[in-house]
Design a binder for this molecule. Structure first.
Ligand code: SF4
Ligand code: SF4
Length: 488
């Protein structure tokens, strides 16, 4: 596409970046076919090609209007158009630049400003959000329907019956707990830590780390998002530096919410022109992986721990931030297939569910339509559980269905816990016998099984559980060998 960028933006880094992106677009319109808002509204300006054209006009000097702002506001930033585009147009980045400029040219009403500011500050501050949620739960019956839907019931943490003692980790990862996930769905972080523990991976949470910046980006506050990125880099940098040479190769920043993942993976772009942070941001982005990408390294261990033990029918709702934003596709399906799970996906699985950060709050009508379409498609697959990888999608979808919507790691955690409990119970006599043996050898008793029973069970599970069908045989032969070894 030919461009004629105005003097105002021609010499700015953002203007130059936008021009490069615009020049890649050949205006073919293929992206419209997979754009959720174009499908719903049928207006060229509510599709990616039309929005690209609007941004081009503004960069070329045409004054943005409220109409321009409305069409850009209606974009979900789902980036489905990027997946479809044959020319590799980075629409998401172009929109970020375009929205920033339009925001400067078109003033919002005071009520909009106030509401957006409350969202920015309330959602991105975990403590503030926790307080607001507590009050929201108390006032829920008198709140408007739209807000009631955003306040879920209190989620009980699934207790781990198999805590693992610290100090025996093979690897370590940094986890970002998220600004709202800890309050709305705390079991996701807890389940992640438990599963990682069983894989002997230590989870480190930097208390100074906060919101990834996604909320501010959704609200066109680029400088606020950059400040959030800097804060997280400052929080993680000492941990990365402290790692020993060998451990450093192992360290990763693992994301349980794909909406945060896509933002942190983008820190390199967000801070590309910040001399003090550009290199650090590049390193942080390179170290960041989605949980499904990370657990791909542990397939044999996962098969040993939960292989064949997830009987429920699962349907996978792939968040846009994972499949389009991060371009991570097929990893979770591969993990679950290795575990013997028949995981399905629904019709039009490439389309957004309407959650999209703050979109479901700011564009409730469109968000509800998209949610209802998605739920209908998901329910047609008749699942026992709908699984996803982004807490915001889960909360948004759960409102419209009775089928539980969980993060997939919670399902894995439950299966792991169930199997470990079964194994622990069936191995109890063996453990008692082994403890009796260790009494004879005082030197070994300092690391006795009673002191670290959960590890003992875990190690035995790994050793004993090849194909699950062999478990009974292995337990039986272990009992026999203990009988033979017994001095009396
Ligand atoms: S963004 Fe890509 S698919 Fe859409 S009009 Fe431009 S070149 Fe075509
Ligand atoms: S990001 Fe999503 S909603 Fe926005 S233009 Fe692209 S496909 Fe359409």
């Amino acid at each position: 596409m030919q461009t004629n960028i105005s003097e105002t933006y021609k010499h700015t880094t953002e203007g130059q970046e936008a021009e490069q992106i615009l020049r890649q677009c050949v205006h073919c319109g293929m992206c419209n076919a997979t754009c959720p808002t174009y499908q719903l509204l049928g207006d060229e300006l509510d599709g990616p090609r039309g929005r690209i054209y609007l941004i081009k006009q503004v960069l070329e000097g045409k004054q943005a209007t409220q109409k321009t702002q409305t069409h850009l506001d209606r974009c979900l930033t789902c980036r489905s158009c990027e997946t479809t585009c044959p020319s590799g147009v980075q629409y998401g980045r172009l929109l970020e630049i375009g929205r920033g400029i339009v925001e400067q040219q078109v003033a919002r009403s005071w009520s909009q400003k106030l509401f957006r500011s409350a969202l920015k500050n309330g959602l991105s501050n975990p403590r503030l959000f926790q307080h607001a949620l507590r009050w929201g739960r108390r006032l829920k019956p008198v709140l408007p329907q739209q807000l009631q839907e955003k306040i879920p019931a209190i989620t009980a943490l699934t207790p781990s019956s198999h805590p693992i003692a610290a100090g025996q980790y093979q690897r370590r990862v940094i986890l970002l707990e998220g600004c709202v996930q800890g309050s709305l769905a705390p079991n996701i972080n807890a389940a992640t830590k438990r599963v990682l523990q069983h894989l002997q991976v230590e989870s480190i949470v930097a208390t100074e780390a906060g919101c990834c910046g996604a909320v501010r980006l959704h609200l066109s506050d680029v400088s606020g998002a950059q400040a959030a990125a800097r804060q997280n880099i400052n929080a993680w940098w000492p941990i990365i530096n402290q790692a020993t040479e060998s451990a450093q190769a192992e360290i990763a920043i693992v994301m349980t919410a794909s909406g945060c993942g896509v933002t942190v993976k983008d820190y390199a772009t967000l801070l590309a022109h910040d001399a003090a942070y550009a290199e650090k941001a590049k390193r942080i982005s390179a170290l960041t992986v989605d949980l499904s990408e990370y657990l791909m390294n542990f397939l044999p261990e996962l098969i040993a721990l939960v292989g064949g033990d997830i009987p429920q029918k699962l349907t996978w709702h792939a968040p846009c931030s994972l499949q389009h934003g991060q371009q991570v596709r097929g990893k979770l399906e591969k993990i679950l297939a290795s575990l013997g799970v028949d995981v399905r996906s629904c019709e039009n699985s490439h389309l957004c569910c309407g959650s999209a950060g703050t979109y479901s709050i700011l564009q409730p009508t469109l968000a509800r339509q998209l949610r209802d379409n998605k739920i209908a498609a998901l329910e047609r697959t008749q699942p026992d559980i709908i699984i996803s990888a982004n807490m915001a999608c889960q909360q948004h979808l759960q409102v419209a269905t009775k089928i539980p919507v969980l993060h997939w790691i919670e399902v894995l955690d439950q299966a792991m816990d169930k199997l470990l409990t079964t194994t622990k119970e069936s191995l109890a006599p063996i453990l008692v016998a082994e403890q009796a043996e260790t009494v004879v050898l005082p030197a070994q008793s300092s690391t006795s099984h009673s002191e670290n029973a959960s590890h003992a069970v875990n190690d035995k599970t790994k050793a004993a559980l090849g194909p699950k069908t062999n478990l009974a045989k292995k337990k039986q032969s272990k009992k026999k060998s203990i009988k033979k070894k017994s001095p009396c």
